[in-house]
Design a protein around this ligand. Structure first.
Ligand code: UTP
Ligand code: MN
Length: 531
C-alpha cells in the first residue's frame, strides 16, 4: 500500500517552490474548478507566471497534483503524454474524469475572467491511434502465438487481402498467397479497426504489397487491384470452375485455356470428368451454399449413430471451422477414433457401408491409411498432407422440416419419397431455370434434402491429439504451427506426430495442450485459432 500522502499528493516534474505545498489557496471565485498546470514542456518560470496570473483572477491553482484537481492544463503535450505523466505520478491510478486541456483554454479563461466552456479544440486529442499502437506492438509474428477470435475488426481489409491470396493460390503462386494470408491474419488479430497507416508500424508479416493495398483502402475506400481482380474474367472463371468439388486450380486452368469459362461451356465441351467432378457438378449449387451449424449438428448425429452402430465405444469429434466456433462452413469435418489402440482398424469401410445402406451418401471416396511411423519417418514440415484413412463424401441431408424426430431411422422411406417427390415436381416445372441439366431434374426449392460435403478421418488414439490439432485449423494457423516447429524448435509437426530433430525422437502427446507445451507455445483454444 502506498502511503496516503505519497499516493494522493505528487509533485510536478521538478522545481516546485515548496512555499505552497498544500496548493490550497482561498478564497476562490470558482470552487468547482481546481486547476493544475503541467510544467513539462512549459517550463518552471512560465508556469509560475501563468499560475500567478490565474490566482489574481480568482482561480484555484494547485501547485501539486492531487485527486482534487479537475483540470490539467498543458502546453505542447499530447493527451497520451499527459496520461503517461499522470500514470507515472499516481502509480496508474490517475483519475479518468479529469479534463486534459490545452493552454488555449487557460488563456481564454484568463481573458474572460472566468472558466470558459470547454470546446473540442481545447481538449487534448485522445489519439485512438496511440491506443491501438500500444496493442499492435505486441502482436507476435507467428499466428500460433496469437489469439485470433472470430471477432474481426478489420473485415474490409482482410476480405481484400484474402481475395488477393485466393487469386494467387488459384494462379499457383503459393508464396504470394501465403504472404497475403499472413498479412490478413495479422489484421484479424488486432483489437480495433485500423484507421491510419501509422498504426501498422512495427507489425509483422505486412509486406510492401499488402501495405499498398491497405493504404489504398484506407485512403480511397477500395483497392484498384482488388477490384480489378474481382472483375477479371480469369478470376471469375477460376472461381466458378474450382467451385466444382474435385476440380483444382490446375484443371481449371487447363479448361480455361481450352476456352471453358463457365459450367455451361464445360457441359457443352464434352470434357471428361472423373467421378468426384461429376458429383461436384451435379450438386454444384448445394455445395456452393454454406453449411450451417444446425446442419453440421444434424450430420454429427448421423455420423455418431453410424460409428457407434459399427463399433461401440468409438468416438466422433466435430473438427474444422465448426470446432473453432464458426456458424457456417464449406463442409463438415469429423475425426473418429477408439480409446483402445488398434480397434479403429477397418472402421471406415464399415461406417461408410452403414451410411450408404441408410441412403445418406450421394458420393464417397475412401482412401486407406498410409502412415507408418517407422517407414515414413517424421512428418514433412512443409506439407499438410496427411495419410489417415479418410473419406471424402457428399451427404444427402434431409431439410430441416424433414429432420425433426429421428434423423437416421426413416431414411429408406425418405429416400423413396424424396425421389417420388422431386420427380413429380419436375413434371410440373419442366422449365426450371439454370445452366445445369441436373437442376432441371432437381429443383432445389422443392427438394426435401440438400447435398453437403463431409470429411471423415479415422485416427488411432496414439495420434489422436495430433490429428485433432491438425484438423481443427485454421489452415493458416496450422501452417504457422508447422513453421514455428521447424524454424524455432527444430521439430517436425504433422497431423500424425511431433518429431524432435535435435533429440532424434518422437514426442508423445495425449492432448492438444501437451503438443503446445512441447512446442514451447502458450495453449490457444480452438475458438482463438481463427487466424
Ligand atoms: P477445411 O478446408 O475444412 O477448413 O479444413 P475449415 O477451417 O473447416 O473451413 P470451412 O469452414 O470448412 O471452409 C479443416 C482443417 O483440416 C485440415 C486443414 O488444414 C484445416 O486446418 N486439412 C484439410 C488437412 O489437414 N488435410 C486435408 O487434406 C484437408
Ligand atoms: Mn471444414
Amino acid at each position: 500500500m502506498v502511503p496516503l500522502k505519497r499516493r494522493k499528493v505528487v509533485s510536478s516534474d521538478t522545481g516546485s517552490t515548496g512555499s505552497d505545498c498544500s496548493g490550497d489557496q482561498a478564497p476562490t471565485k470558482f470552487p468547482q474548478v481546481v486547476l493544475f498546470l503541467l510544467e513539462r514542456k512549459m517550463g518552471a518560470s512560465r508556469r509560475a507566471f501563468l499560475s500567478q496570473l490565474g490566482r489574481t483572477k480568482g482561480f484555484h491553482l494547485q501547485e501539486l497534483f492531487s485527486e482534487s484537481v479537475t483540470h490539467v492544463i498543458s502546453e505542447n503535450n499530447s493527451a497520451d503524454e499527459v496520461r503517461t505523466w499522470l500514470d507515472s505520478q499516481t502509480r496508474g491510478e490517475s483519475p479518468t474524469a479529469v479534463h486534459l486541456l490545452d493552454i488555449s483554454w487557460y488563456t481564454e479563461s484568463m481573458r474572460a475572467g472566468r472558466p470558459v466552456e470547454i470546446l473540442d479544440r481545447h481538449k487534448l486529442q485522445e489519439q485512438q491511434i496511440n491506443e491501438a499502437e500500444v496493442v499492435l506492438f505486441s502482436v507476435p509474428s507467428y499466428a500460433c502465438q496469437r489469439r485470433t477470435t472470430l471477432d474481426n475488426h478489420n473485415v474490409t481489409l482482410t476480405d481484400a487481402l484474402s481475395l488477393l491470396a485466393e487469386n494467387a493460390e488459384l494462379s499457383d503462386e503459393d508464396g504470394r498467397g501465403v504472404a497475403f494470408r499472413r498479412a490478413a491474419a495479422v489484421l484479424k488479430a488486432l483489437p480495433a479497426p485500423v484507421t491510419a497507416m501509422s498504426q501498422l508500424t512495427g507489425l509483422p508479416c505486412l509486406g510492401d504489397h499488402s501495405l499498398r493495398v491497405i493504404k489504398d483502402i484506407l485512403e480511397n475506400e477500395a483497392s484498384d487491384e482488388v477490384e480489378s481482380t474481382k472483375q477479371s474474367d480469369r478470376f471469375k472463371a477460376l472461381k466458378v470452375l474450382t467451385g466444382i468439388f474435385g476440380v483444382g486450380s490446375k484443371t481449371a486452368d487447363r479448361w480455361i485455356r481450352d476456352g471453358i469459362h463457365n459450367l455451361h461451356q464445360l457441359q457443352e465441351s464434352g470434357a471428361t470428368l472423373n467421378r468426384a467432378q461429376q458429383a461436384g457438378l451435379e450438386h454444384y449449387d448445394d455445395l456452393n451454399q454454406q453449411v450451417t451449424k444446425a446442419e453440421a449438428d444434424a450430420i454429427t448425429e448421423i455420423v455418431q449413430e453410424a460409428v457407434v452402430s459399427v463399433l461401440p465405444g468409438a468416438q466422433v469429434v466435430l473438427t474444422g471451422g465448426f470446432r473453432r466456433g464458426k456458424q457456417t462452413g464449406h463442409d463438415v469435418d469429423f475425426l473418429i477414433t477408439h480409446p483402445e489402440e488398434g480397434r479403429e482398424v477397418g472402421l471406415m469401410p464399415k461406417v461408410v457401408f452403414w451410411l450408404e445402406s441408410q441412403g445418406f451418401l450421394l458420393y464417397q471416396k475412401t482412401t486407406r491409411n498410409s502412415y507408418l511411423e517407422v517407414k515414413d519417418g517424421p512428418g514433412r514440415p512443409s506439407s499438410n498432407m496427411d495419410r489417415f484413412e479418410r473419406c471424402l463424401s457428399i451427404f444427402k441431408l434431409a431439410k430441416k422440416e424433414e429432420r425433426g424426430i429421428k434423423v437416421a431411422v426413416n431414411t429408406v422411406k425418405t429416400r423413396d419419397s424424396v425421389r417420388d417427390h422431386t420427380q413429380s415436381e419436375t413434371d410440373q416445372n419442366p422449365q426450371s431455370h439454370s445452366y445445369e441439366r441436373h437442376e432441371l431434374t432437381n429443383p432445389p426449392a422443392h427438394r426435401r434434402w440438400r447435398a453437403v460435403r463431409v470429411d471423415l478421418v479415422v485416427s488411432p488414439i496414439s495420434q489422436f491429439a495430433f490429428a485433432l490439432l491438425g484438423w481443427t485449423g485454421s489452415k493458416l494457423f496450422e501452417r504457422e504451427l508447422r513453421r514455428w516447429a521447424g524454424h524455432e524448435k527444430a521439430m517436425s509437426l504433422s497431423s500424425h506426430a511431433l518429431y524432435d530433430n535435435k533429440q532424434s525422437r518422437y514426442l508423445r502427446a495425449a492432448s492438444e495442450e501437451e503438443i503446445f507445451a512441447h512446442l514451447g507455445l502458450e495453449y490457444i483454444p480452438p475458438s482463438e485459432r481463427n487466424a
